[in-house]
Design a protein around this ligand. Structure first.
Ligand SMILES: Nc1ncnc2c1ncn2[C@@H]1O[C@H](COP(=O)(O)OP(=O)(O)OP(=O)(O)O)[C@@H](O)[C@H]1O
Ligand SMILES: [Mg+2]
Length: 256
């Protein structure tokens, strides 16, 4: 076949990954991520020319694994692969409910994970459109989201959690502005915002992990916002920034 080589490269990378996984005795990751349908989806993305080569694992988690990859023009990509077998469907369904964009998504676990992947893609697009710095989404296909890799030469940017920012006050102001833009312009609440889901790249905060973000008319959106505010204020207070939940809330709510 004409795209044989590309596929072989991907296969090889995946085999290497499997080997690594086997060596560490962690078979869960292996069976959870690269099931046959996921492999097929990776092949589809490769045959469309979106993925040129798979790289190493960036992160393995409960719901998803993130890999490094190369795309067109050697551009670095992050490939987020949601697990079909081990994801928390109940939770996903709760977050999909009340979202007019995904009304009536029921069906199999697979359908829910696919809708979830698309939801993260759309949320990233929406956030980007209103000026929030997020990884630029490239495409999504079934349970795989392809996006801009935040980092350089296969090294991902650290999470806020992993570093002590030089200018915590400046970073706080940006994060507060992003929360406000999300709320006022995109009509979204992140829903899992904390130092775990903000990367620091070239001195700039970048918001990630938007799968669970909900629109303002979601029944839990106020609670999610209150929790996001609590997390952010707690973290930046620890970094010595003068901030409070009340003031951040007022700033987010302020209409201009
Ligand atoms: N676009 C990206 N560029 C670089 N690194 C990324 C990117 N997206 C995610 N990562 C890395 O992968 C990790 C997990 O990604 P993310 O937070 O989106 O998944 P998650 O839903 O939290 O997964 P889980 O909660 O199951 O671990 C992040 O903490 C970050 O280190
Ligand atoms: Mg995360």
């Amino acid at each position: 076949m004409y795209h044989d080589k590309r596929m072989k490269d991907i296969e090889k990378k995946i085999d290497e990954y499997r080997m690594k996984v086997k060596d560490s005795g962690d078979l869960k990751a292996e069976s959870g991520v690269f099931d046959a349908p996921t492999l097929k989806t990776l092949y589809t993305l490769a045959s469309k020319g979106i993925i040129k080569a798979m790289g190493g694992v960036v992160s393995t988690g409960k719901e998803a694994d993130v890999f490094h990859a190369l795309g067109e023009d050697e551009r670095e990509l992050a490939i987020k692969i949601y697990r079909i077998t081990t994801s928390d469907f109940q939770k996903m369904q709760d977050y999909l409910i009340g979202d007019p964009r995904f009304e009536g998504i029921r069906g199999t676990k697979k359908d829910i994970v696919f809708a979830w992947t698309k939801k993260e893609h759309r949320n990233l697009e929406r956030a980007m459109e209103v000026g929030v710095r997020v990884p630029r989404p490239v495409t999504s296909e079934r349970n795989i989201l392809v996006m801009e890799f935040i980092g350089k030469d296969e090294v991902p940017a650290p999470r806020l959690k992993d570093v002590r920012p030089e200018d915590p006050k400046g970073i706080y102001s940006k994060v507060a502005e992003y929360m406000r833009l999300l709320y006022q312009k995109a009509r979204l609440v992140h829903g899992d915002l904390s130092e775990y889901n903000i990367l620091l790249y070239e001195g700039e905060p970048i918001i990630i992990d938007m799968g669970q973000a909900v629109m303002l008319d979601h029944p839990m959106s106020s609670e999610f916002l209150a929790r996001d505010i609590r997390n952010i204020v707690k973290y930046f207070k620890k970094m010595g920034v003068d901030c409070s939940e009340e003031r951040l809330n007022a700033y987010i709510m302020k209409k201009d």
